[in-house]
Design a protein around this ligand. Structure first.
Ligand code: FES
Ligand code: FES
Length: 161
């Protein structure tokens, strides 16, 4: 099959790759760039495991073709830490609040949380529920995930003072 060259920025790094027109963005990230932190669950836009930021907006990378991402800026869960790959406030809050069990949903949860906290430094409970409402977790019951986001927001506000 013929391929198309695309250029994208992923976690601040520029990539140019040849891809098949039918390749999904999540497969591109995982198989071409080896960024396997973005998970694949349902593959039809329901579970949120494949969430990434595209130009700062959370999207489901299983619903987008890699060619559609040409020229865009992508952030995956690997890009949420600092430049030394150290975890940041958000990931630390998830750890400290015991917000994960199997962890499969967590990359998507972190992306949804990051998008929320970039826009809203003091989200209400309803804001948090809405932000993660499209991300399915089959283990935790969501309570600790919500607490982790509240903790991260509190710590981020403290760090900004
Ligand atoms: S794998 Fe994309 S939404 Fe489930
Ligand atoms: S921690 Fe297992 S699916 Fe969320």
């Amino acid at each position: 099959m013929s391929t198309i060259e695309i250029s994208v920025s992923v976690n601040g790094k520029a990539y140019s790759e040849n891809v098949e027109p039918r390749m999904t963005l999540v497969d591109f990230l995982r198989d071409k760039l080896a960024l396997t932190g973005t998970h694949i669950g349902c593959e039809h836009g329901v579970c949120g495991a494949c969430s990434i930021l595209l130009d700062g907006t959370p999207i489901r990378s299983c619903l987008m073709l890699a060619v559609q991402a040409n020229g865009h800026e992508i952030t995956t869960v690997e890009g949420l830490g600092d430049e030394n790959c150290e975890t940041g406030i958000l990931q630390d809050a998830f750890r400290d609040a015991h917000a994960m069990q199997c962890g499969y949903c967590i990359p998507g949860m972190l992306i949804a949380s990051e998008a929320l906290l970039r826009e809203n430094a003091a989200p209400s409970l309803d804001d948090i529920k809405e932000a993660i409402g499209g991300n399915i977790c089959r283990c935790t019951g969501y309570v600790q995930i919500v607490e982790a986001i509240q903790l991260a927001a509190e710590r981020m506000r403290g760090a900004a003072q």
